[in-house]
Design a protein around this ligand. Structure first.
Ligand SMILES: CC(C)(COP(=O)(O)OP(=O)(O)OC[C@H]1O[C@@H](n2cnc3c(N)ncnc32)[C@H](O)[C@@H]1OP(=O)(O)O)[C@@H](O)C(=O)NCCC(=O)NCCS
Length: 333
């Protein structure tokens, strides 16, 4: 039995915030942000919009693309670190109700920016037990959890949601090798307070009333990302007995174009194979890979049978990747 991605969808909020707009409230410039990150603008959710609203739109989009009815879904999984509620109800339950997935199981999964890749692997395991189609969504409202006064972090992130429908088939292809890793020794590098752990706010944070917010040691995360990226990609290629030139596209986590450029240099491979859209989305965490995959799919740049790789990394630290053959609607390969 093979597990295929048979449809994708995405949603980005209407409002676009450019670097220039940020520089009106923050000690930064478009030149600094773009040259350090490759990000020019990001989408920011409207005040009345929630993570589930974005997830629902991406989900409907993906179901339509796959030609799958919501009531035929076996499970709805949402990868997110910025759900509507701090713990429960899950975003997946809100999506399930809104789209009419009457017979589906639901849960959220938290693996930060590696959430979508992790959710794909979990879904693949579930499909061995229950072959009904699974909807896997990455959805993040990062604008609600960053500190808009911290120029080191807030400039990086954006809001959005992406989704994929997974279906089983006898047709060879679909999801192949997966690498998933955690390294909790780096847990202090990106964190968001507000859980049971007591963290004393700094006087500035107390005064600003900004907790709980995301905190990050950017340089250390950058070094970590560059280090693990080619390790993961080489591991996937080696285990599947492929070489880099067999890949049609690499879809990296859309964190920072400099990370991707550095990886391409280190691996001595063409940068043009890496699909990047962070210039206009920023880092949408668990949503970044499915949004990019949907953009690639809808732009007509994917052909059935194309070999694709994703690599993601994020808070935890979590990281990993997946190799898969593009299917599109079942029956095309
Ligand atoms: C955050 C990041 C862009 C910072 O770039 P950097 O080259 O590492 O910059 P540094 O943190 O070393 O800071 C260099 C200087 O720029 C300043 N700076 C930081 N953000 C700035 C901004 N938005 N505008 C202007 N200056 C800024 C710093 O204050 C520092 O100034 P100083 O030298 O006077 O102290 C980069 O480290 C990065 O992208 N890291 C990975 C983060 C990431 O992807 N996280 C998500 C993972 S899922």
């Amino acid at each position: 039995m093979f597990v295929h991605i048979t449809g994708t969808g995405s949603y980005l909020p209407e409002r676009v915030v450019t670097n220039d707009e940020l520089s009106q409230q923050l000690d930064t410039t478009d030149e600094w942000i773009f040259s350090h990150t490759g990000i020019h603008s990001r989408h920011i959710g409207a005040p009345e919009e929630n993570t589930s609203d974005m997830a629902i739109k991406a989900a409907q989009n993906a179901l339509e693309n796959a030609g799958v009815a919501a009531e035929d879904l076996g499970n709805v999984i949402v990868a997110t670190s910025s759900g509507d509620y701090q713990a429960f109800p899950s975003v997946a339950c809100l999506v399930q109700d809104a789209i009419g997935a009457k017979h589906a199981g639901t849960f959220d999964l938290q693996a930060a920016c590696a959430g979508f890749v992790t959710a794909l692997q979990v879904a693949r395991g579930l499909l061995q037990l229950d072959p009904r189609p699974i909807l896997v969504i990455g959805a993040e409202m990062m604008s609600r959890i960053v500190d808009w006064k911290d120029r080191n972090t807030c400039i990086l992130f954006g809001d959005g949601a992406g989704a994929a429908v997974l279906q089983t088939s006898d047709q060879p292809g679909g999801l192949m090798e997966t690498t998933l890793r955690g390294d909790g020794s780096g847990s202090h590098l990106i964190s968001r307070t507000g859980g049971t752990r007591r963290v004393e706010p700094t006087p500035e944070e107390e005064a600003a009333g900004v907790l709980p917010v995301l905190r990050m040691k950017g340089r250390a995360v950058y070094n970590f990302a560059v280090k693990i990226f080619d390790e993961v990609l080489n591991d996937l290629l080696k285990r599947s007995k492929h070489v880099f030139s067999d890949l049609a596209w690499v879809i990296p986590h859309q964190a920072n174009s400099r990370i991707v450029e550095s990886v391409a240099r280190r691996m001595n491979v063409p940068l043009s194979k890496f699909f990047m859209n962070m210039e206009t989305t920023g880092n949408t965490s668990a949503a970044s890979i499915p949004i990019a995959l949907d953009e690639l799919n809808r732009s007509g740049k994917l052909k059935p049978g194309d070999l694709l790789a994703t690599v993601a990394f994020g808070a935890g630290l979590t990281y990993g990747g997946m190799l898969f053959k593009w299917t599109g609607a079942l029956g095309q390969v």
